[in-house]
Each structure stands twice: as structure tokens, then as C-alpha cells.
Design a protein around this ligand. Sequence first.
Ligand SMILES: [Zn+2]
Length: 369
Amino acid sequence: MYDKDKLKEELTLDEIKTLLVELGVQHIETHESKGHIITNTICHNVSDGKMKLYYYIDEQIFHCYTSCNENFDIFDLVIKNHMLKGKKLGFPEAIHWVLTTLGRPSYMVKPKGFGHSHIGRREELDWLDSLKVKKSVILDMKVHSEKTLELFSDKPHPLFLEDNITEDTMRKFEVMYYEKTNRIVIPHRHYQTGKLIGVKSRSLDFQDIDNGYKYIPLRVQDVTYSYPTFQNLYGLYQNKDIIKRLKRVVIFESEKSVMQFESYFPNYNFSVALCGSNVSKQQVQMLVELGVQEVVLALDKEFTILNTPEANLYREKLERLCSMFSSYCKVSMIWDRFKLLELKDSPSDKGKEVFVELFKNRRTIHTKE
Ligand SMILES: [Zn+2]
């Protein structure tokens, strides 16, 4: 038995959010005054679920308001979510996953009844030490062999061509096709080293898509090509030089948008993707260190009608993300005032002209200081 309750009590709300992002939630709404946060469901589907997974901050309990209708804690959620991705975790492994994902040493979890019944002085010191580990610690990311890419065919897939992504772009971003599982594959490279750290795949089977498996990490035999996406920015490796030169960056949610940008402005691509809809402290740091002086947040549209509670909530969320950059540089956000996009569209989805229009009309966020 492990002391999961103690660990659970130690987890801050920020850490819960980090874990959720790492499990693959695409959206988080914070309603701290109401004592909960809401995310898209990742308990019974892997992605693109509805905003029906609630986390009650004081109770440290999740509830899924769908037919799933279950209560569970963070460890149960880690187990459920891994199960959906085809990975069976036991309880100790779930705890280990939580600790390593947060950059905390895993040894802090001691089996109950280890040695004396009370915590010894040395152990107590270890425990205190372990809490000092900085949250922003960069985890070692597993590097995959380049040989992995030989499994795929580089014939450009018509689905991406139809989605405003050119063949040249697909070549630049190494988008390929994996026949064995009928998926388009998108290699992810480390923003600094360029090493292969993950492979995202897009399913082409309707059944998978219906079940929320549209974009998931690729699995080949026993290897899942996933990594902590909050410690990287997709496209930064490829677009670093231009971003550095222009001192400007556009931040999208998904890989596809970075590729659309490339297709609209070949070799003039100053965009990156979060691979989610949350910005981590590490991601802010990556861009600040490059000398970026203007950040344009270009996340997917999450409202239908302006000035509704839905739109206002979304605006608050974007403003919160903008504020993460505002002490370092100028920040603006794409805000679709003129109904150029539909719900869930990325600002790059409707072609070059619409994107340029949205970009020109972006809203500058003024810092409070
Ligand atoms: Zn559920």
C-alpha cells in the first residue's frame, strides 16, 4: 500500500491542471469561486470529449457528467485514461506517473509500515527535500530512433491536402502515412535538439473518430510515442530562426494550424502549436528566451455568439493565458468579432484570407501594471 492520500493532499490546483494537460485534456475552465474546474472528458474517451468532466477542488474528486456518471480521484483518472490508450497501469504505476510528470522524485512514496510506524527524522528530511523540487524542472524526454520514421510512407495524404496543407509543407514537417493502422502520422521534434520525441497520429477510421480517438499518440507494438507536450512547442524547432528574426510568434492549439500557416506563407512561418489549449510556464520561457517581443494567441474558437456567457468565459480564459506573457512582451489574441469562423475552428482553418483578416483585427491585451 502507498500513501496516496498524503500525496493527493500535496497536489496543488496547478499541478492537477498540469496532470490533466499531460493526460491530454484540450480545455480547462477554472471556476475557483465555485470551487471547481471543468475540462473535456478524458475518462471515457481520449480526446475531443465534451466539457463535462468536473474537478471539485476541496473534495479532490472528479465527476464525469455524462452517461459515465462516475466519481473518481486523480489516480483513478490516470489509470482510466491510460487504459483508453491501451496501457494498463496498476496503482503504484499511476502514482509513479503522477510524480514523474510533475518532476518530483518518485522515491518520496514510501510503502506504508516501512520501518517504524512513525516517520523517522531522516525520512522527514527527505520528504521536505522532495517538496522543494521546482515545478518547472525539465524532465528528461525519451528520444526515439529516427528509424521509426522508416515505417511510414511519405506519400502526401489527400485529407491534409484538402485541409489547405501543401505537399511542401508535409515534407517540411515530415507528415506521413502509417498503413498498418490507417493513420496519418505527425512526428514531434524537441524544440532545441530536433530529436524525435513523439509521434502524433490522426485516425482515418470513422469509428475511432466517433469515439474521440481523432488525434492520439501513435502506438507501434509496445511503444507509445507520447511525451509531456507542455515541455515542448510543436513547430518551434522548424520555425525557430524566423521567430528569432521577427521576434514575433503566433501560438495555435494544433499541429495542423502550424502546417496551414506554412502553406499560406511558405518559409515565412512564425507559428508554433501548444498541442492543447493551455500554456505552461516552460512554454512561456522557451519563447521569452528566444527574444520574442510579440505573442499572438490564436486558439480555436470556443463560442458561437458574441457577448454570451459562453463567449465571455472563453474571453476570460484567453486573457488569462495572455497574462502569462504580458510581463515579458506585447501580447494579443485572435478574437473572431465578425463570425468568420465556426465553433471549434482554428483561426487558420478557413484559408489564408480569413486568417489574414483575423490577424489584422487581433486584440491587443494591455497589461495591468
Ligand atoms: Zn467519463
